[in-house]
Design a protein around this ligand. Structure first.
Ligand code: GDP
Ligand code: ZN
Length: 313
């Protein structure tokens, strides 16, 4: 290929200064950005992230290295708060079809508050989310009944749920079907079985990682950056080590209820258009909680998110 040929590819992994880009033909290139990129309207510390589609051309100095000249339009993106610069976010991943949150109700117990915060973030980024309840092999009849109740609640809100065991390989077909032909971001508290599940759905991962590590060794590998894996052609999984929560970026109090689907549909019915559903009279959301149409755990999560935002100010 001549050095002037433009190649289209996807950011596979980022080390901060270097990007591993996979061309549409499946070849990996080590690329850097030409000059300084500023993305309009986005306050982020990094201009590119895993999942970004880019145009690059080869450099003549070394084999398989390239220069990125263009970022193609993004379908969506996930930003989390930057640890260092509070006004800026960190671009975590782009062009994601769905987020998969792995949770366990036992060993360890994922709190409903954590699940709800995750769902509110993914709603705010407009990314569909699926819940995988892992370690179903550990459930006794009581916890199984509890899990069923929780799953029905989230299914009712439009979040598909599956009960699986990564270790005992129970219901993993459902996971295969879920990820087929899509790019999925996988998240979860540590200990829920994320690594176990990823190694089940991508058996060739050992191979893939060693292939990639020759690239990584040349750069500085930072584990806080997400990376992409291919489960099979057209099916991609993004793993984001160390990132449990998506983080709530710049959310106003009034905005939060918009990201609770069961509240969103009632918002026009509250007496006050800027109702926060706390102490206001004639509040359709509170009425729905009293009537049992909105679950108490969801409403409590909502209230605690309001409080957190207040505490930040
Ligand atoms: P991660 O921190 O989310 O990556 O979790 P790991 O994949 O490292 O799993 C944490 C622990 O849970 C390990 O000891 C796994 O063997 C165990 N584990 C993972 N999946 C299951 C499961 O479905 N059932 C049971 N019983 N244990 C599991
Ligand atoms: Zn209200």
């Amino acid at each position: 290929m001549s050095k002037n040929t433009e190649i289209e590819g996807i950011i596979w992994r980022s080390t901060g200064s270097w990007y591993e880009v996979r061309s549409n033909e499946g070849q990996l290139y080590r690329c850097r950005l030409k000059g300084k990129f500023k993305i309009k309207g986005l306050k982020v510390t990094n201009p590119l992230a895993v999942g970004d589609k880019v145009i690059f051309h080869l450099e003549d100095t070394a084999e398989n290295t390239g220069v990125i000249s263009e970022i193609l339009p993004r379908e969506n993106y996930i930003i989390r708060k930057s640890v260092h610069k509070t006004a800026h976010g960190h671009l975590l991943a782009c062009n994601i079809d769905q987020a998969i949150l792995i949770v366990t109700l036992v060993m360890p117990r994922t709190s409903l508050g954590f699940i709800d915060r995750f769902l509110v973030s993914s709603e705010s980024f407009r990314i569909p989310t699926v819940l995988l309840f892992n370690k179903c092999d550990l459930l006794d009849s009581e916890s199984e009944a509890y899990q069923k109740e929780i799953m029905e609640m989230y299914e009712g809100l439009g979040y598909p749920c599956h009960s699986i065991s990564a270790l005992e390989k129970i219901n993993l077909k459902a996971v295969d079907q879920l990820i087929e032909g899509k790019t999925s971001l996988i998240s979860g508290h540590s200990g829920v079985g994320k690594s176990q599940l990823i190694s089940e759905i991508i058996p060739e991962l050992e191979l893939a990682t060693s292939e990639v590590s020759t690239f990584a060794n040349k750069g500085v590998h930072t584990t806080t950056f997400a990376e992409m894996f291919e489960a099979k052609p057209g099916t991609y999984v993004i793993d984001s080590p160390g990132i449990k929560e998506l983080g709530l970026m710049d959310m106003e109090n009034e905005e939060i209820s918009h990201y609770f689907p069961e509240m969103r549909e009632l918002l026009g019915e509250c007496k006050f258009h800027n109702c926060l559903h706390v102490n206001e009279p004639k509040c359709a959301v509170k009425d729905a909680v009293i009537a049992g149409e909105i679950s108490e755990s969801r409403f409590n999560s909502y209230l605690s998110m309001l409080e957190n935002i207040d505490n930040r100010r």
